[in-house]
Design a protein around this ligand. Structure first.
Ligand code: HSE
Length: 437
């Protein structure tokens, strides 16, 4: 029994996917049953890293998704609208789909999974979150028998690379970003990465799996790393912290252990104690820390992007589908394997950020005169906020720089105190406010 794959896109991940499938020796034996029968590209004349038999490459992507001989369509063209069109067309033609596209799934997952379940086909997306690290399959299977209480991830390699270099070199964000773009670690338009949108797409997918419902992408609170300065990184380091862009999905379960009524869902830079396992994740690597009952803490770590790593996740999905189909042809199959299906009916309620209880780091620019620290402490105190530490870090011609770390406080109350702080005569600016783990 053999299975035909139609590949849409032959960029970095498409090329890596083809290389694995075309060189199946010594890998999972089911790969021997998989053939790439068509590859859809925009430009037929472009030089390619992999060689296909005559007639395999085509610029007619509509023909691939409609081809009756193709069992699995692998969407690796990226973007949202065009990818959605081909994914839905493939499903409508009864094809199973594998995609690495977190943006299309986080925005249109409902429509895609409803269509797939109605048609009896699988849609698989291991490569969409944390690149080569197996995360979704473990959450569906081995980890899924636990009650998941929290997922905390470093799931954007570009921002982790930038923050790592800022720490190591004492450099500012803009300079490291420019160099990262020059070296190819950051996109020419870095918005999706540095503003946290890519991580938001990914944590929405993880939360949906962990907490058993659908997520509205707009419910993910999202803050990127543009405002992090070399000063913040240095102060954090002196205080024993490392700054990382974390994506967090967390829910408090009732005593029965049932799914939480609402969850916290957020992406933001965070001061992590330097000994925290996620603080040791450096460069472009990703890591996902899962807190599960009764298992405990499990950290999945590795390359979150790149040709071979992401292709590994894509091909693992192809093999999972082939294994589930067994001896049925794709057309006969009804995609009823509960470990591979994505059944989510109701939406998960997400708590407003104002209700979040967290510690905060705040950097305040003030005049250098008596009682400033006292006034700041009093303003926080009037809002019931207790300070864990206050340090006057620097005095220069523009005044003094004061860094405070609070004890745990409701974010809404903390923000009110900040507004009041800004009305004090002595306070000229509050350039940085960051969550502390
Ligand atoms: N741009 C992503 C990152 C990789 O920097 O992690 C693809 O998800």
């Amino acid at each position: 029994m053999g299975y035909n794959v139609g590949l849409l896109g032959l960029g970095t991940v498409g090329t890596g996917t083809a290389k694995i499938i075309l060189d199946a020796v010594g890998r999972h034996p089911l790969l021997e049953t998989v053939s790439i029968s068509r590859v859809g590209v925009r430009n037929l004349d472009k030089a390619r890293d992999v060689k296909f038999a005559d007639g395999v490459l085509t610029d007619d992507l509509d023909a691939i998704v409609a081809d009756p001989s193709i069992d699995i369509v692998v969407e690796l063209i990226g973007g949202v609208d065009t990818a959605l069109k081909y994914i839905l067309a493939a499903i409508a033609h009864g094809k199973h789909v594998v995609t690495a596209n977190k943006a299309v799934i986080s925005r249109h997952g409902d429509e895609i999974f409803d269509a797939a379940n109605a048609k009896g086909v699988y849609v698989m997306l291991e490569a969409a979150v944390a690149g080569g690290i197996p995360v979704l399959a473990p959450l569906k299977q081995a980890l899924g028998v636990n009650r998941i209480n929290r997922i905390t991830g470093i799931i954007n390699g570009t921002t982790n690379y930038i923050l790592t270099r800022m720490k190591d070199e004492g450099a500012d964000f803009a300079a490291v970003l420019a160099d990262a773009q020059h070296l190819g670690y950051a996109e020419a338009d870095p918005t999706a990465d540095v503003d946290g949108l890519d991580a938001a797409d990914k944590i929405a997918i993880l939360a949906s799996l962990a907490f058993g419902g659908r997520i509205q992408l707009d419910d993910v609170s999202c803050e990127g790393i543009r405002k992090i300065s070399a000063a913040d990184i240095a102060y954090a380091k002196n205080l024993g912290f490392t700054i990382r862009l974390l994506a967090i999905a967390c829910g408090h379960r009732p005593d029965s252990g049932a799914m939480p009524d609402e969850i916290e869902l957020r992406v933001h830079p965070t001061l992590l104690p330097a000994h925290h396992p996620l603080a040791t994740v450096e460069g472009v690597n990703n890591a996902v820390l899962v807190e599960a009952d009764p298992l405990g803490e499990v950290m999945l770590y590795g390359p979150g992007a790149g040709e071979g790593a992401t292709a590994s996740a894509v091909v693992s999905d192809i093999v999972s589908i082939v294994a589930a189909l067994g001896t049925e042809t794709a057309q006969q199959a009804s995609a009823d394997n509960p470990l591979l299906r994505w059944d989510r009916d109701s939406y998960i309620r997400v708590a407003p950020m104002a209700d979040l209880v967290s510690r905060f780091y705040v950097r305040i620019l003030t005049q250098d005169r008596p009682s400033v620290i006292g006034h700041i402490g009093m303003t926080f105190g009037q809002h019931g906020i207790s300070l864990e530490s206050v340090v006057q870090i620097d005095v220069h011609d523009r005044g003094a720089e004061i860094v405070a770390i609070t004890h745990e406080v409701r974010e809404g109350e903390f923000r009110k105190a900040l507004d009041e702080l800004l009305t004090l005569d002595e306070v000229s600016d509050v350039p940085s406010v960051l969550h502390v783990w």
